[in-house]
Design a protein around this ligand. Structure first.
Ligand SMILES: NC(=O)c1ccc[n+]([C@@H]2O[C@H](COP(=O)([O-])OP(=O)(O)OC[C@H]3O[C@@H](n4cnc5c(N)ncnc54)[C@H](OP(=O)(O)O)[C@@H]3O)[C@@H](O)[C@H]2O)c1
Length: 345
């Protein structure tokens, strides 16, 4: 099968490229050339901006992909450009979306109030407001103000001439994670902190995560299986409370400390987590398992070990701005710890 991947050279993309290439497919990747990845021999690279696609008809006809995998559509316009450019050329478009399309995400952000039951299925209610990052002062991964995967999905799934498939991703972790999701915790572990403190409500909160190789496997199945036409899928492989997740992580890192759930009265006055943690963010992954035969290709223990090894070899020099919201500084943490131990005497 001929597959054109829009993107494919940053974090999740290279894993997808390798997987599809190993399956014997003919792959081309289309990106600007700002990120560099080690791609398998034989993978063609086309360097241009995706906004130029409508002017590249003859090049796209030469490529004549069976499936276009859009790894990186952020806006409605991104999706419209893809559909317009590949109509009459490709048989199907697969778009990578996110669990942030759900109303539950807006409840988590405090923008909507009624708690949505979990696990979310692919038919659970979507956000009632568009553009979830519009008012955020710091947008992860430079997402534009008009970022909205709901609009991307709507465009990709509503074209009668060019059918689509959507895969909604959880929070993805693993080597090359540009968000370094585990770094703030690993730093504490490697600096031999005796404890990692989580506010009680966050400790019990349950979110959905996926290891990059497992996520790439799910994407490869959706790209290559025609049964995925017109379907929306979830994928996730780690769905536990934060205290459990970080305890697994500490064990894999060889850390001797303890993850502690801290009652609100021990936290500094005015310190508030900016999330409604009464809303869990768990998803049902039955559909992709039953319809496409998905199962994890990497065990949880191996996934954590690989992530830790990479984070240790690629440490961040400073704490990322977007994260650490749930953590305090060491001085404050020590004060809380001593008050907690005093209260137990
Ligand atoms: N990471 C998570 O936790 C998470 C969670 C939910 C959903 N997602 C979704 O997962 C997807 C994958 O992200 P990823 O970074 O891992 O994908 P990726 O395919 O590995 O990297 C993004 C690619 O897009 C290319 N690109 C960016 N802007 C471009 C432009 N204007 N024209 C052409 N190419 C462009 C980049 O290459 P150049 O820079 O060289 O152009 C790069 O190849 C995204 O859609 C994201 O929303 C991720």
């Amino acid at each position: 099968m001929k597959i054109l991947i829009i993107g494919g050279t940053n974090f999740i993309g290279p894993e997808v490229v390798h997987r599809l290439h190993t399956m014997g497919h003919e792959i081309a990747v289309f990106h600007r050339g700002k990120t560099v990845a080690e791609l398998p021999i034989g993978v063609e690279e086309i360097k241009s901006d995706r906004t130029q696609l409508p002017e590249m008809k003859s090049e796209l006809q030469r490529l004549s992909p069976d499936v276009v995998l859009d790894m990186f559509a952020y806006t409605e316009q991104d999706a419209l450009t893809i559909m317009k450019s590949f109509k009459g050329i490709a048989q199907r478009v697969v778009a990578i979306s996110s669990m942030d399309v759900y109303r539950a995400y807006n409840v988590l952000l405090g923008k909507e109030s009624e708690i949505v039951p979990v696990p979310l299925t692919e038919d659970s209610p979507l956000r009632q407001q568009l553009y979830p990052f519009k008012d955020m002062p710091q947008r992860a991964l430079n997402a534009p103000a008009d970022y909205d995967k709901i609009l991307v999905e709507r465009v990709v799934m509503s074209d009668t001439d060019l059918p689509g498939t959507v895969i909604r991703l959880p929070m993805v972790y693993g080597p090359k994670d540009p968000l370094h999701r585990l770094f703030p915790y690993l730093k504490r572990m490697d600096e031999n902190r005796p404890a990692i403190l989580l506010p009680e409500n966050f400790a019990q909160w349950r979110g959905c995560y996926g290891y990059v190789e497992n996520v790439a496997h799910a994407i490869a199945l959706a790209v290559t299986n025609p049964q995925a036409t017109g379907r929306i899928y979830h994928v996730a492989d780690l769905q536990v409370s934060e205290i459990e997740r970080l305890s697994y992580f500490g064990k894999a890192a060889g850390w001797q400390g303890e993850v502690i759930s801290v009652p609100k009265r021990y936290l500094p006055a005015g310190w508030n987590l900016p999330f409604n943690t009464k809303q869990d963010w768990l998803v049902d992954t039955t559909r992709i398992r039953q319809e496409l035969g998905y199962s994890e290709v990497v065990s949880q223990a191996e996934a954590l070990t690989q992530t830790i090894n990479w984070e240790r070899s690629n440490p961040l020099l400073e704490m990322p701005q977007w994260t650490g919201l749930e953590l305090l500084d060491y001085v404050t943490e020590d004060e809380i710890l001593s008050r907690l131990s005093y209260s137990q005497i």
